[in-house]
Design a protein around this ligand. Structure first.
Ligand SMILES: [Zn+2]
Ligand SMILES: [Zn+2]
Ligand SMILES: [Zn+2]
Length: 130
């Protein structure tokens, strides 16, 4: 494993969350200031090809990266930007019907599902009541 690859993986594990390539660069550069953003992107590509890392688009912003150790899907609140992870199996029925009826193999986890979170729903309820 190359130095850059190990540094990026360690940064991903340390971050324990969904981070952009720029976030990873900031972590990596604490110990390895010689590593540049282009190297981080190249390394992330290589790790994705190995199936160790995956990226997801959470909204209008940049793609974020995470380890592929547990299959999950992301739900994102468009009001407060909160991100929650939910099990991929919630979407099995949708995946099956798209395949059966449209011969379309969907890759649900490439993009987040956008909506309104429970906190923001509660706030909406409150403002409606008052
Ligand atoms: Zn993508
Ligand atoms: Zn994730
Ligand atoms: Zn919210």
């Amino acid at each position: 494993m190359t130095h850059a690859r190990r540094a990026v993986l360690q940064a991903l594990v340390a971050a324990r969350a969904h981070v952009t390539a720029e976030d990873l660069l900031n972590i990596v550069q604490i110990d390895s200031p010689e590593i540049h953003l282009s190297t981080v992107y190249r390394t992330l590509d290589a790790l994705e090809n190995l199936g160790v890392v995956d990226h997801v688009h959470l909204g209008h912003g940049r793609a974020v990266y995470h380890l592929t150790d547990n299959a999950h899907q992301h739900i994102v609140c468009e009001k407060c930007s909160a991100v929650e992870e939910v099990p991929s199996k919630l979407f099995l029925q949708l995946e099956k019907e798209l395949m059966d009826n449209y011969q379309f193999k969907v890759r649900m986890n490439h993009f987040a599902v956008i909506g309104t979170c429970r906190k923001c729903l509660a706030k909406l309820e409150e403002s409606r009541d008052s």
